[in-house]
Design a binder for this molecule. Structure first.
Ligand SMILES: Cc1cc2nc3c(=O)[nH]c(=O)nc-3n(C[C@H](O)[C@H](O)[C@H](O)COP(=O)(O)OP(=O)(O)OC[C@H]3O[C@@H](n4cnc5c(N)ncnc54)[C@H](O)[C@@H]3O)c2cc1C
Length: 316
């Protein structure tokens, strides 16, 4: 039986939610082809058999590394893929996943498809956006093992009733190790993975007005903060919050673009959001051409009213 190998991403000892989405994609592929799904954490972590089984894993291999090593983890993945005759290696298109995919493909002497938003099991054929989201291309890898990273919020955990078998495995050591990750988002979800995002642009006038966005985000469960590049370049917000061509790609259920003009480079990072709400005082702003709902007005007046209404709903 062939195997689909999913590389789990571990942060602070736990498997990140985006990896459950990748497991769901792997399960759908496996169900079409009769393959099994092996999930591999190259670092030690708390692996929940019911949770990972429900997401789609048949077996979970938990490595022995105490810290993430980019080259060590890739070597572990390549070895486990070979040992188990994997036909496909899937990982999340996060910063770490993007770093890993090329290393893994090189070690397996194959190609990779990056940042995929759909998979057709026949092939498999991977669909990925190109040209800043203006076109989609379909990619098939003919070199044996197919390596692909999957964009967050495009696939769902399988949602089945099953327990995965948890096993331990060895991990290759690498030449470099990540010794610290300093998140600056003060406990909010990562903008690339959140199901709801509120982003601010230059129209907010300055960093002193960001509390208005934060108040809205505080009223909605799991809402992350994002920013345009203009704001990041001005030093108002950290680069980790930047959405767009040279920032993060997001595909949330709900995306607020506040005081953001809608430049093509910003759209490249958020145009696949399911519902886009634009707040801008210029009714000709390009963002309105892409918005599901548009509010023409001063963000500094609209945001407090929006936060008040959301708080009344008691969503948190
Ligand atoms: C190679 C390259 C890569 C890039 N990568 C990115 C990227 O990853 N992400 C990104 O975002 N940009 C990126 N850019 C920059 C991009 O071209 C734009 O310059 C940037 O997105 C503009 O940011 P903004 O919309 O916040 O600012 P502006 O374009 O200045 O727009 C501000 C908007 O706020 C509105 N406004 C003003 N005051 C108010 C108010 N009180 N209430 C409501 N609305 C108000 C204005 O009407 C205007 O529409 C890139 C550019 C290049 C060349």
């Amino acid at each position: 039986m062939s195997t689909i190998l999913v590389v789990l991403e571990v942060r602070d000892g736990s498997v990140r939610p985006v990896s459950h989405e990748v497991l769901g994609a792997a399960r759908a592929l496996a169900d079409e082809s009769g393959a099994s799904v092996i999930a591999l954490a190259t670092e030690t972590c708390a692996a929940d058999a019911a949770h990972l089984g429900a997401a789609g894993a048949d077996r979970v291999l938990v490595g022995a590394a105490e810290r993430h090593s980019p080259d060590g983890a890739a070597a572990t993945v390549a070895r486990v893929a070979k040992e188990n005759g994997a036909s496909c290696v899937l990982l999340a298109a996060t910063a770490r996943g993007r770093d890993q995919q090329g290393r893994i493909a090189a070690l397996l002497d194959t190609g990779f498809a990056s940042d995929c938003v759909a998979i057709d099991a026949k092939g498999p054929v991977f669909t990925r956006p190109v040209f800043a989201g203006k076109a989609l291309i379909k990619v098939q890898i003919h070199a044996g093992v197919a390596v692909a990273s999957l964009r967050a919020n495009h696939f769902a955990p399988a949602g089945r009733t099953a327990e995965a078998v948890i096993e331990s495995c060895s991990s290759e050591s690498g030449k470099s190790e990540v010794v610290e990750i300093s998140a600056k988002s003060a406990g909010r979800p990562d903008v690339a993975e959140a199901a709801r995002v509120i982003s601010g642009g230059r129209g907010l006038g300055g960093p002193e007005n960001w509390h208005l966005l934060e108040k809205v985000a505080d009223a909605v469960p799991g809402m992350a903060l994002g920013a345009s590049r203009a704001v990041v370049d001005a030093g108002w917000r950290p680069h980790g919050e930047q959405v767009g061509q040279t920032g993060k790609t997001v595909s949330p259920e709900l995306y607020f673009a506040v005081g953001i003009s809608g430049a093509i480079q910003h759209l490249a990072g958020m145009s696949s959001s399911k519902v886009i709400v634009a707040i801008n005082r210029d009714k000709e702003a390009p963002i309105f051409q892409h918005a599901t709902y548009g509010v023409v007005g001063d963000a500094l007046e609209i945001l407090p009213a929006l936060a008040d209404e959301l708080q009344k709903l008691g969503l948190q």
